[in-house]
Design a protein around this ligand. Structure first.
Ligand code: PRX
Length: 655
């Protein structure tokens, strides 16, 4: 049975245990419904009260929402605060010695950092950035491994009001260059190397390559954290600065820059339907409020919890649920440099046991791959510290959900399947774990204050069981403010005219069941979700056609047991169509090419060669047909409008 079919047939439901419910922040459906009603009736004071309760303001705001320039909404916009102050300083009077980070390195070495120590490190690094003349509003690109310093760098930017843009360490030089260029960054912060799964990742060398490509002229400094003792890296005098030399002798205090609530906190690039990634711009106050509030509700956070999110800071999950939400509330969290399968596939379970993790948040793809590598493995470990499990990034198939529930959670931990996006900044649809019974494969019900719905093309709500567009009908504090440098694209993409520009269009299709539960069906645009990573088909196509051998390329997704979706590329070469060994050789080269152009995560699983692609008479590529071909389905669509129907047979063969 396919994942989709099994989701459609799912009827099991798991309410929280009495014990969990009684101790929860939102204890039961009545409490949940009361909060939803409150948000419905008094939308602005609902958010205003939360902003006063959960954030510490330098200057209080007098207005909750300014929608006069919709969809460019402003929240709390005459208030002033500092995000790093909210994540660090305000915890110090009572919790200076509380552990903020338990860092487990790739090789298993563990370092614990208290809030006081993290504060000191952030202040020193912030002073270091200031000594490089980094100013409020400047853009700083962070291209780091998953180490404590990545979080220090993000928090230090927030402290001085610089806008960070984290680029995932697995991205290529070209992808780094594009992001540096679009953001107009003045500084890149990187490491000499990263360490993952016992292997080194040449971050500084890739940064150098990006700097030499042209387009990075705005960069004045490259700050390099020494993660490994390997050979010296190539050094550009005057531009490159060692992290340890930069912070050496810097004062241990750094007055936070007081920022307007709406000042951008960060830009994070994500894929859309065009070849160019979008710089998703988030605000300071609204974003932080969303991160903190959702963190405490979704994970039912308690001060003695040990929380672990396995994401990388290169993605939005690592921003909201490592760097900002948990620190904003003063939590103790594990951060992990490595990969789940090194030194063996028990790494997660061993770490949960060792650090007594109580809240664990990971991606369905990790769960599926670990099932495959050892379905009984968790039994060998003491996982009794766990009290809640979470998933994010892609739909979870009910089989994997049940395994997670029983094998990892011992049948006692609620699973929070959290639906959200880079653009929403914080979780939108997820069970309030002490209230909402969970169903395997469903992200269940929206958070109080999130007006999610499913509508048809005309914007009218669809009835239960019918698929439609997932929208959010009212703006909320952590919503993307704009696309960096491209407000028109922001408006067109997210607040399209089809819905009178009123609803936030998420780009996903979904349906609701008879209990109003949301079930996410997939993207409505040309975006793939490979192992929870969002990839634009056009980005991969552009990378392919940049290869001198390639004339034309079309990329589609097909279901994959572990990754959720796999990338299949249909390619027309400039020369003759290759066959047999030759085709395999060219395909391998092209796969490596894409890995080099974008990053390994975008590498096609499969490449097929044709003399042409299936096109309509007006020259439009028929992607629907390509999707059917990739899935090995029989072509049942009408092909009479095709210019070249005979091409389909050729494209059935994989290289
Ligand atoms: O398609 C949805 C899927 O991931 C997309 C957002 O990707 P990104 O911006 O990279 O953020 C991922 C981490 C929040 C969504 O449009 N998605 C995310 N969470 C879920 C999901 N699909 C199903 N269930 C989820 N829980």
């Amino acid at each position: 049975m396919s994942a989709l079919e099994s989701i459609l047939k799912e009827t099991r439901s798991f309410p929280p245990s009495d014990d969990f419910r009684q101790k929860a922040a939102i204890p039961g459906m009545e409490a949940y419904n009361a909060l939803c009603d409150q948000a419905n009736d008094q939308y602005l004071s609902f958010w205003g009260d939360l902003a006063r309760e959960l954030l510490t303001w330098k200057k209080p705001f007098s207005r909750v929402l300014d929608d006069s320039a919709a969809p460019f909404f402003k929240w709390f916009d005459d208030g002033e605060l500092n995000v790093s102050y909210n994540c660090l300083d305000r915890h110090l009077p009572e919790n200076a010695n509380k552990i903020a980070l338990i860092f487990e390195a790739d090789d298993g070495a563990v370092t614990r950092v208290t809030y006081a120590e993290l504060h000191r490190r952030v202040c020193q690094f912030a002073n270091g950035l200031k000594s490089l003349d980094v100013q409020k509003g400047d853009r700083v690109v962070i291209y780091m491994p998953m180490v404590i310093e990545a979080i220090v760098a993000m928090q230090a930017c927030a402290r001085i009001g610089a806008i960070h843009s984290v680029v995932f360490g697995g991205f290529s030089a070209g992808a780094l260059r594009d992001r540096v260029q679009d953001a107009g960054a003045r500084v890149v912060i990187t490491a000499n190397e990263g360490l993952r799964g016992g292997k080194t990742v040449p971050l500084k060398a890739t940064t150098d390559e990006a700097m030499d490509m042209g387009g990075c002229e705005s960069i004045e400094h490259v700050v390099v954290y020494r993660r490994t003792d390997s050979e010296p890296v190539k050094w550009t005098e005057g531009r490159d600065v060692w992290w340890h030399q930069l912070v050496d002798k810097q004062p241990e205090q750094c007055e936070p820059a007081w920022m307007n609530a709406e000042d951008p906190l960060f830009i994070l690039y994500t894929s859309g339907s065009t070849g160019k990634p979008k710089g998703i711009q988030h605000s300071s106050a609204g974003y932080l409020l969303g991160a903190i509030n959702s963190f405490r509700w979704v994970f039912d956070y308690k001060p003695n919890d040990v929380y672990w999110c396995t994401a990388d800071v290169g993605w939005i999950t690592g921003h909201s649920y490592i760097c900002y939400g948990p620190l904003g509330i003063g939590a103790t969290q594990v951060i992990f440099e490595g990969v789940p399968t090194y030194p063996d596939a028990n790494r997660f379970w061993r770490m949960i046991e060792q650090h007594k993790v109580s809240l664990f948040y990971t991606a369905p793809t990790a769960i599926r791959s670990l099932i495959k590598l050892g379905a009984e493995a968790p039994k060998q470990f003491d996982l009794s510290s766990l009290r809640l499990l979470g998933t994010v990034g892609e739909p979870i198939n009910p089989e994997a959900w049940m395994w997670y529930y029983e094998m990892v959670g011992g049948g006692r931990c609620p699973i929070v399947d959290t639906w959200w996006q880079t653009e929403t900044g914080s979780a939108m649809i997820a069970p309030m774990p002490g209230a909402v019974p969970t169903k395997p494969g469903s992200c269940t019900l929206p958070l109080p204050g999130i007006m999610a719905d499913i509508v048809d093309e005309s914007g009218a709500p669809v009835e239960a069981g019918k698929g439609g567009f997932l929208v959010i009908k009212k703006p909320f504090p952590s919503l993307v403010r704009t696309i960096w440098g491209d407000p028109d694209r922001f408006k067109k993409t997210y607040f399209p005219e089809e819905f009178d520009g009123k609803f936030y269009l998420a780009g996903d299709s979904a349906h609701r069941d008879e209990n109003g539960y949301f079930w996410i069906m997939g993207r409505i645009d040309d975006v793939l979700n490979v192992s929870g990573h969002r990839l634009g088909t056009m980005e991969i196509e552009s990378a392919l056609v940049a290869n001198p051998l390639v004339a034309e390329a079309a990329v589609v997704g097909k279901p994959h047991e572990i990754k959720g979706e796999a990338v299949v590329a249909f390619v027309v070469l400039k020369g003759p169509r290759p066959q047999g060994d030759e085709a395999r050789k060219v395909a391998d080269n092209l796969k490596q090419w894409v890995a080099h152009e974008i990053g390994k995560i975008a590498q096609p699983d499969e490449i097929r060669f044709g003399e042409n692609l299936p096109k309509t008479r007006s020259g439009k590529i028929m992607r629907r047909l390509l999707r059917s071909l990739a899935r090995g389905e029989e072509i049942v669509q009408d092909v009479s409008t095709l210019e070249n129907p005979q091409i389909l047979q050729q494209l059935q063969e994989s290289a």
